[in-house]
Design a protein around this ligand. Sequence first.
Ligand code: S3P
Length: 425
Amino acid sequence: MNITRKTGLKGEITVPGDKSISHRAVMFGALSKGTTEVTNFLQGADCLSTIDCFRKLGIDIENTKKHILIHGKGLHGLKESKIQLDTGNSGTTTRLISGILAGQNFRTTLTGDASICRRPMGRIITPLSEMGADIKSINGNGCAPLEIHPSTLHGIHYNSPVASAQVKSAILLAGLYAEGITKVTEPYLSRNHSEIMLNFFGANVTTKDTTISIEPEPVLEGRKVVVPGDISSAAYFIAAGLITPDSEILIKNVGSNPTRDGILKVCKAMGGNIEVLNRNDTNGEPTADLLVKSSKLHGTTIEGAMIPTLIDEIPIIAILACFAEGTTVIKDAAELKVKESNRIDVMVNNLSLMKADITGTEDGMIIHGGKPLEGATIESNLDHRIAMSFAIAGMNANGTTTIINSDCVNISYPAFYEDLQKLYS
Ligand code: S3P
């Protein structure tokens, strides 16, 4: 994919459904009695991996253009899969389904692509094992493939060393099958979509500060789920609108859950002109329209409790920082190293190729902005968020930017390049 400079991005855009919420709708629908209807489901490769896994576990799922219908079989209705589950590139599928599978009376093995098989699974193996689960890394390296055998689970209170919704959710989902209450305390609150949606389906999940508790054996009932637009996908258009001269973009129906909206707070702190309009709510998930206009940005510091609320947006924030006067410091974000790629290294290497002033640190990066970017050949490392971030950088750089393996955007936003093009054609 070749990208050249653009100006004057104008128009209205609706981004696809939220990835985290789409995964959970399929999973919780499968564990509910009756049919769950999901509209605005994200038809990206990651969420299709979740559908594929639950079909293999005996759940009938209809996927049409209009909606997804999940014919749930209740908490104890899953069946053994004769073949290995394949979670593809999806960390959310791998970790959440492991929590569910730990509570089943049958054996499962699961694996994913090369990236998934490098990502740490010890972070779920440890707490699930403490709950009594029989789960192991087949190659003994703390990564997938994983093998999970039947066992009896009991509730624990887990003090998680990381603020990770995937870890928290895996434990809460195992807690559905455990004896007694299961609790997770996080260092900072991570995205709370599991808590909101489990309660919507009939579970009893409570949150006090950063401690989340779940009661076992609820009767979950099929629901109608309307998925809001993904703020992580909207982030590329927010950034494009702010840094591309003479731009004005209206992004409709974006999920604005406070555990996810750090990108909006950071853009405002950098001087970005973003109006939040038409605040609404779908199934307990806040939504809004975002009106973004070209802005003169300045550097900022991003750290601490803010990090989990924008963890997936850090690559595009790094691009924004290149267009901001002064210094942007990103710290407390070591989690970036264990995402679909090592996003500290990949951002530093690629932005250095574009002649940005960027230095990687142990837990983030430091960017001195205001230096023009030069077009370069960028390796996406098969990481969808890297490809999309550099498309926006390339539209604001001199010369041509070439993104290698650009079609990895299929993971979370199959029509990304087409939607972007609508704003300048
Ligand atoms: C997700 C949680 C985050 C995020 C990922 C989706 C989820 O990961 O990076 O893209 O749906 O729970 P961690 O929980 O590992 O931080």
